[in-house]
Design a protein around this ligand. Structure first.
Ligand SMILES: Cc1cc2nc3c(=O)[nH]c(=O)nc-3n(C[C@H](O)[C@H](O)[C@H](O)COP(=O)(O)O)c2cc1C
Length: 229
């Protein structure tokens, strides 16, 4: 925790003094996701042309099929032999973990889930209504509470730093940007709205996910919801 990269990362965290209480209960359970359907949706050029950050969401829920497709687009396995994923990763070391704060998704209880890449499944970590907590931890950006789901990418820095040393931090953030870019385009293809979120009280997000902020720490978030008509 005293290398230059770790100190830089710690030094650039946004903090506040009072940490709001998170009202949720620990939970466990694995939920298989429906098979992703990559052939559905609009073409890539139209998706790129139409991509915008969308910060207003309808109160209608996301479907489990949509969530499955979005997770697959970010980090799903697309090459079965070497277990390569939809988004590129420096050295194929895959330092990212993907969590989903479920606010409003059909057939899923509200709470925090971790994406199990190999199983294409969700593991429930925390049960409860975290709409206010996640918006508050993301620098009080209120629109986040209205999103159907909030994607949170964390990094286990050692996975990348074990090969690349301190330069690994650069790659970790690039990995996260690739995952989020895929999420944006997949959301357009499904006619959903998405917004990248870099502004957060890092340790509040870490606390919400139940991670220590050192061996695993938040690096990026994105909200997704149904667009307003
Ligand atoms: C690294 C990064 C962090 C961002 N953080 C936020 C954020 O915290 N809140 C937000 O509303 N938008 C955030 N955005 C979205 C940008 O504001 C948005 O991409 C920009 O205004 C351009 O608009 P467009 O995405 O519609 O093209 C972020 C984008 C990036 C790439």
């Amino acid at each position: 925790m005293d290398s230059i990269g770790d100190r830089y990362h710690e030094y650039t965290k946004i903090r506040r003094g009072r940490v709001p209480e998170v009202k949720a209960r620990r939970a466990a359970g694995v939920f298989r996701l429906p098979e992703p359907l990559p052939e559905e949706g609009m073409g890539i050029w139209e998706c790129i042309a139409k991509r915008r950050s969308v910060r207003e969401y309808s109160p209608l829920p996301l479907s489990l099929e949509e969530l499955s497709q979005l997770l697959w687009a970010c980090q799903g396995i697309t090459e079965p032999y070497f277990r390569l994923r939809a988004a590129p990763s420096a050295g194929a070391l895959y330092p990212l973990e993907t969590y989903v704060v479920v606010n409003n998704v059909e057939k899923l209880e509200r709470g925090v889930y971790r994406y199990l890449v190999e199983e294409h499944a969700l593991e429930m970590r925390l049960r409860g209504d975290l709409r206010r907590s996640i918006a508050s931890a993301a620098l009080e950006q209120e629109f986040i509470a209205d999103a159907g789901a909030v994607f949170v990418w964390t990094a286990v820095p050692e996975r990348t730093k074990s090969r690349y040393g301190e330069r690994g931090w650069r790659y970790i953030y690039k990995d996260a940007a690739h995952a989020c870019a895929n999420l944006y385009l997949a959301a357009v293809a499904l006619e959903l709205g998405c917004c990248a979120i870099g502004a957060c009280f890092d340790d509040e997000v870490n606390q919400l996910l139940g991670i220590d902020g050192v061996t695993e720490t938040v690096v990026y978030l994105a909200s997704v919801g149904r667009r307003l008509p």
